[in-house]
Ligand binder design. Structure first.
Ligand code: ZN
Ligand code: ZN
Length: 271
């Protein structure tokens, strides 16, 4: 796995590049716009220059507000616009993948939710720059969120029907909270085998390497510092060392500062 962190963009998107350089990290995840606001952010000329020809791998994380499965038409409309704008910004910044929380069905049912998300994501991708794509992130299954079972992730990919432009961002904390054990070597092996049988291991394009404060199957998403949660350091190291994932980013989204996250990922992946 390629070590990375979720990096702050306070002071500009180029600040994240400086941070990664300072910390010696080959990879990072950023928000290209405020993740809590519908209004997108315009990219500055200076940021475009810095991102073009950069030496580090960057993935983006889409806004937390986006819910293509919403039962509120206004929210769906805003979600489509926000995701299209995200893919445009990614094209400008030469970012291939954005991580997307699939969404919450809000009572309409998981199947309906998955159908809505996939059909809209497919259309959005068709209307967006061809060098960009979406990574559905597995969820903890809090509330009515979908994407907490491997089968649901497989459905999202299949129904979106854009295999070259979709993939999975596998969050270890979310998988554990959703009921997939990762707290021993054999549990990691079994969970990844199950993922491979249901979704296909080659669909994973990024990992979020987070420990979990809450127990396996709790359906509660609380990231813990790596080694201080209920998954533990050794199983995460084992996952990080699997040869299948040699070229795949492993991003720490743990609490604290960029520097804290760099220490957290360093405990799991050598760099
Ligand atoms: Zn995550
Ligand atoms: Zn999370």
């Amino acid at each position: 796995m390629i070590p990375g962190i979720h990096a702050s963009v306070r002071g500009g998107l180029d600040r994240a590049l400086d941070t990664l350089n300072e910390l010696g990290l080959p990879c990072g995840q950023i928000f290209t716009s405020n993740q809590q606001q519908w209004k997108g952010r315009a990219i500055k000329e200076r940021e475009i220059e810095r991102y073009s020809g950069r030496s580090v791998t960057i993935i983006s994380h889409a806004s937390y507000l986006i819910n293509l499965a919403s039962t509120d038409r206004r929210v769906v409309k805003l979600s489509v616009q926000a995701l299209e704008a995200e893919l445009e910004r990614m094209h400008t910044l030469e970012i291939e993948w954005c991580v997307l929380h699939p969404g919450a069905h809000l009572g309409a049912g998981e199947e309906t939710g998955i159908e809505k998300i996939s059909s809209m994501a497919g259309k959005i991708l068709l209307n967006s720059p061809a060098d960009t794509g979406i990574l559905y992130e597995n969820t903890a299954g809090q509330g009515t969120t979908v994407g907490h079972t491997f089968w649901q992730l497989a459905q999202l990919l299949e129904l979106t029907d854009m295999p070259a432009r979709t993939g999975i961002c596998f969050d270890t904390c979310h998988a554990f909270a959703a009921g997939y054990d990762l707290s021993s070597f054999s549990a990691v092996r079994e969970t990844m085998n199950r993922f491979n049988d249901t979704v296909g291991i080659e669909r994973i394009k990024a990992f979020h390497i987070n420990d979990s404060k809450r127990e396996c199957g709790s359906h509660i998403d609380r990231h813990a510092v790596t080694g201080e949660g209920l998954i533990g350091l050794e199983p995460l190291r084992f996952l990080g060392s699997m040869s299948e994932f040699r070229e795949i980013p492993g991003i720490a989204e743990t609490p604290g500062t960029d520097r804290d996250r760099a220490q957290d990922i360093q405990k799991v992946l050598e760099f």
